[in-house]
Design a protein around this ligand. Sequence first.
Ligand SMILES: [Fe+2]
Ligand SMILES: [Fe+2]
Length: 446
Amino acid sequence: MKIRSAELIGALSHALDITEGQPRGHCHRVCWMGMKLGQGINMPREELADLYYALLLKDLGCSSNAARICQLYLADDRKFKADFKLIDGSLSQALRFVLTHTGLESGMAERFRAIINIMRNGGQISRELIEARCHRGADIARQMGFSEAVAGAVQNLDEHWDGSGKPEGRLRREIPVASQIALMAQVADVFYMAGGREAATREIEARAGTWFDADLVQVFINLVEFDEFWEPLAAPDLASRIMALEPEEHIRLADEDYLDRVAKGFAMVVDSKSPFTAGHSTRVALYADMIAERLGLPAAQRRQLTRAALLHDIGKLGISNGILDKPAKLTEAEFATIKSHPTLSAEILRGIPALANLVPVAEGHHERLDGKGYPRGLKGSEINLDTRICTVADVFDALTADRPYRKAMAVGEALALMQKDVGAAFDARCFAALADAMRDMQQAAA
Ligand SMILES: [Fe+2]
Ligand SMILES: [Fe+2]
């Protein structure tokens, strides 16, 4: 199967939008505006190709600071991030932002402590947050096989023309042009969605010489005169227009290896969201493959299963860390939100033809053979083998890794606990295969 990688990345960029708390289509609109800017400054075609991917992938590191935002600001990380993009970094705006966004649902004492911490360490904290995001994003871009130019553009997304940006405080031409364009398009879209064309234009103009190169701002001002610049942003065919913008001679076709790399890259995005699930998707993929090997499944099926296991929790990107990492008992409403993640995973994957075959595993990995699972309460034969494998691997990893509410369990203890649910929750063959594989591994290590 040959599909264009632009199609794949464009579709997956929706997963990045939900992590950032941005209205759906943010990365697409940023890509549209950014490419018009790139064409407006007569960027060489080679560089336009890198710009194209950088625009779609600018938020690859977005999940990596979500947990810390929640911890420091006691806030819903997704709403916080969306609103944070509306401030320009001046002290009064920043303070007002902190006071209105910190711990809206927490007690006064916790809120006060969080505010004091932010006032004392605000600069340092936001630099750390942005640093984590930039480096992680660039690493993931490299893992996915993108050029150093794309990785560099992602890494320098939050640098400002006058040196006031983060994390390096780079100045003027030290900042890659693709990063400058991506930031400008990001600000334009955030204000466009919040207040329309005029709000976006005003905001870009106001930041000329500070956040942005005044010459690049002039290019933007020239573009906004034309309806053709704005109209596609709200058009239903924006996704296909974005596809058509990929510079032709650089069109990349996604082969099987590429799909593997992209699945690994997005698993890193998912795993970066919470300290408690660091490495979870990757480990679930490993355990699932160990089970599949024992069951003698063919190589092609194992490959699909690995991708499914890597992406099974991609829907968690749309759930706030305030809930995902909560150390206390969840309320009923919070638990319902958690339970929506398999449906969200399935929704994301269903929109991507090359990955749509992973939907049953993504949607079904919390189902139980006895029908008491979620979200659909599927029973026995309604749950396919790949999903049963992923469920066993998923629970095993959940038990043997630290979680907000308890410490990691030893392998033997976890297997003994799971054994009690064989037949009710877990498939007996899949469980036996995992137990065998673990025993062999422990013997080999002894
Ligand atoms: Fe899950
Ligand atoms: Fe999981």
